[in-house]
Design a protein around this ligand. Structure first.
Ligand code: UTP
Length: 516
């Protein structure tokens, strides 16, 4: 299959910091030795440019590492052996607190600690936005998605405005630095990067300063058949997929973000998923809680709705912090009740919303080799090596290898877990419109219902106008994050007053003139 005439070809433009160049023969031998020689099957059919493109990919890829990852991911014994009761343990009390149980003085104390850290420019934000959002079915990155709020704001805009507002709130702290900034580190992947960057540019960075938004890209790994063969999406292109949201740790390091954090003297990070429309970006309460606990890593969790709710839980596995997937837990363990409070013993639902010290992020490299990849079985459009055709399969035909952002939990030294109110903080956008759960309609509903609570909780009254269609059961009342980050600052205007829907509030002045 491989033309002799090409056997002396040398690659002159190595990427990614490699300095050497390899001959075609060397690459062929290396891939054959690794059991991946099929990747050159159609080499002779390619144009010179395609040949060089393919060889470059093969040179850049650490095929032996891919084989090792596959080997480890497929041969690891299932962590859920027979004796779950011995293997799993609920979270230790001293590592867990709940905003649902905390006094208002305590939450105020955490908030003040967090705001002070922000006011000292010690806090940054990591956004995980490298996913391809296949279930949602939009071709644009999820953050660009318009969940049909009255304002038509995208998820990116909502999050940017929360950062802007928080910077302004922190600026009012007594010891605030002159120019409070919360740098926003936005992780994209090959498929999401160009559209994400363009969207931010087109929208003028949503009012944030562009030098405080740092885009960085996570890695990719080849897609594999079930017997570990690397797949191709064409005769000259290896099929690759983002390496999971746990790719963030290597990407932070490799792309110079950790160095950027050091330069800015950032000490604490809040990391979250792009698809949670209720996310409290850089939440001062959570940051204050974790700082007070002297935690190196923190996780926000929500209380599981029911023992059989299909959500991973944060708990101890073999005495180390971990997230255990719903499918891994036996029914009796899932149903176990903590006699002290009547809550589920394993009820800390994981929402991938984390706190880290920069020191911890720097330490990840030291144990990265011990982290394991997870297998996601998918339908992957790929080259059929029998026919040379590219096939979109109807059945699952291969796997993507991913790391999860919580895979580092077992390696933390001082973990803190913080339970928050799901209604106020967690509503993920996962599924296509009309699916009824975790979809654009529920995202819209959950934000609007929260804004009604903002008004009502400070003694205001929401009057639903006749022309308000109350789509999905939520009055059409939207309050810009620039007006209120989490309900603060509204009481003096709305207490004892009414506001009529539909209404969209962009500024405090607008709110003042709308109440009666
Ligand atoms: P999900 O696991 O829900 O994946 O990501 P997804 O890509 O958004 O959606 P599906 O599964 O394809 O339908 C949870 C969070 O992790 C990020 C996503 O952007 C989202 O914020 N993520 C996921 C990454 O940053 N990188 C990845 O490789 C995967």
């Amino acid at each position: 299959m491989i033309a002799a005439t090409t056997s002396n070809l040398s690659i002159q433009t190595p990427k990614h910091g490699q300095t050497g160049s390899a001959t075609f023969q060397q690459i062929k031998e290396r891939y054959q030795a690794a059991g991946q020689g099929h990747l050159l099957s159609y080499y002779d059919d390619l144009s010179a440019e395609e040949q060089s493109h393919l060889l470059q990919q093969l040179q850049d890829l650490n095929v032996e590492r891919v084989n090792r990852i596959h080997q480890k991911a497929t041969t690891c014994p299932s962590p859920m052996l027979n004796n779950q009761a011995a293997l799993l343990a609920p979270l230790p009390e001293e590592c867990f607190d709940s905003i649902l149980e905390a006094s208002s003085e305590k939450s105020q104390e955490w908030q003040t600690i967090g705001l002070n850290q922000i006011a000292q420019n010690k806090v940054g934000v990591i956004l995980l936005a490298g996913g391809q959002g296949t279930r949602l079915g939009s071709s644009a990155p999820k953050g660009c998605y318009d969940i049909s709020l009255p304002s038509s704001k995208s998820l990116f805009q909502i999050q940017a405005e929360r950062i802007l507002k928080l910077q302004r709130l922190a600026q009012q702290q007594p010891d605030a630095v002159a120019n409070v900034t919360i740098p926003w580190y936005v992780m994209t992947s090959g498929p999401t990067r160009p559209a994400t960057v363009a969207f931010f540019q087109e929208n003028n960075y949503f009012g944030l300063s562009s030098e405080n938004i740092v885009f960085f890209e996570q890695g990719t790994l080849p897609c594999l058949t079930f017997d570990g063969k690397i797949m191709m999406e064409s005769k000259s292109q290896i099929a690759v997929a983002p390496d999971g949201n746990g790719g963030v740790y290597a990407a932070l390091r490799g792309s110079g973000v950790l160095a950027n954090m050091a330069e800015r003297k950032i000490e604490y990070l809040h990391a979250y998923c792009v698809d949670n429309c209720l996310v409290r970006v850089a939440d001062p309460v959570f940051i204050g809680y974790c700082v007070q606990k002297n935690a190196d890593c923190g996780a926000k969790v929500v209380r599981k709705n029911a023992p059989d709710e299909p959500v991973g839980v944060v708990c101890l596995r073999n005495s180390a912090f971990n997230v255990v997937e719903y499918s891994e837990i036996d029914a009796d363990v899932a149903h176990a009740i903590n006699p002290k409070n009547g809550q589920l013993s394993f009820g800390a639902g994981n929402i991938a919303n984390h706190f880290y010290t920069v020191d911890f992020l720097n330490k990840v490299e030291s144990f990265e080799g011990d982290l394991e990849y997870h297998i996601a079985r998918k339908k992957i459009k790929s080259l059929d090596f029998q026919t040379g055709e590219v096939v979109a399969p109807k059945q699952v035909n291969g796997m993507k290898l991913e790391m999860f952002v919580f895979d580092v939990f077992p390696f933390t030294e001082r973990m803190a877990v913080f339970e928050v109110d799901r209604r106020e903080e967690f509503s993920p956008l996962k599924n296509a419109p009309g699916s009824g759960q975790d979809c654009p309609e529920t995202s819209r509903r959950d934000i609007l219902q929260q804004h009604v609570r903002f008004i009502e909780s400070v003694g205001g009254k929401v009057v639903v106008g006749e022309d308000d269609k109350q789509v999905y059961g939520a009055p059409s009342l939207e309050i810009s994050p620039l007006v209120s980050y989490s309900g603060e600052g509204l009481a003096e205007i709305v207490a004892g007053k009414s506001i009529k829907t539909p209404i969209t509030i962009h500024t405090l002045e607008e709110l003042r003139s709308s109440v009666f």
